[in-house]
Design a protein around this ligand. Structure first.
Ligand code: E4P
Length: 226
């Protein structure tokens, strides 16, 4: 059921939301390979049943759906992760890049549970996550930019070092705020960009395309009226 993302030479687009309507709309476009959620995104939605919400998302999008543990201690993370993976076959467990998270990632990865090593803000965190066997690492571009750092440089650095050592962990450019982030993520060689629905729509829109469509249609109407 799980769509492997590493077998194509193209940047995959994940949707970064827990909003079911947005996921359904985006799924219709046929270009969404996965979904990432986090506790903040889920809490924005009206749904009160976390498990039911995730199960519904997993039934709409058959690619990887990242679901975050809500715990700070290793054993609690592991316990939650082992439960969450029973919800759907395409669930990926998001674990924060902390000491406790690193240990949990090592243990869960050895069990064959796919981990998205999240809240990554440094190359060292990304290196350790890959060593622990994480399937994905999520550098948070926008949040680094917010504090005056260069988020996309981190994506470039991780992609470069992973390639150098032939590491199979896939890089998800996360905390994407605008379409230019997607352009830069693709140029940096990110395997995946996870984008809010609004950014996804901005990616396809261009005023010259709209003007062109309007002009073509009005020219065509003139001919057909002759
Ligand atoms: C990624 O997996 C996160 O859910 C997300 O990109 C965080 O974005 P934010 O910094 O806009 O909250």
């Amino acid at each position: 059921m799980i769509i492997a993302t590493g077998d194509e030479v193209n940047m995959h687009i994940f949707l970064d939301t827990a909003n079911i309507d947005q996921i359904r709309q985006a799924a219709k476009l046929g270009i969404i390979s996965g979904v990432t959620t986090n506790p903040s995104l889920v809490s924005k939605e009206k749904a009160t049943n976390y498990e039911a919400t995730i199960k519904e998302i997993c039934s709409i999008i058959h690619g990887p759906v990242s679901v975050e543990v809500i715990a700070e201690e290793t054993q609690d993370m592991i316990k939650q992760a082992r439960d969450i993976v029973t919800w759907a076959p395409n669930v990926v467990i998001k674990i924060p890049a902390t000491v406790a998270g690193l240990e949990a990632t090592s243990i869960l990865s050895k069990e064959g549970i796919r981990v998205n090593f999240t809240l990554c803000f440094s190359l060292n965190q990304a290196l350790l996550g890959a060593r622990a066997g994480a399937a994905y690492v999520s550098p948070f571009v926008g949040r680094l930019d917010d504090i005056g750092d260069n988020g996309m440089q981190l994506v470039k650095d991780i992609v470069g070092v992973y390639e150098h050592y032939h590491l199979s962990t896939e890089v998800i450019a996360a905390s994407i705020r605008h379409p230019q982030h997607c352009v830069e993520a693709a140029k940096a060689g990110a395997h995946i960009a996870t984008v809010p629905y609004s950014v996804l729509i901005q990616m396809i829109q261009h005023p010259l395309t709209d003007i062109g469509v309007t002009r073509f249609l009005s020219d065509w109407k003139r001919i057909s009226q002759k």
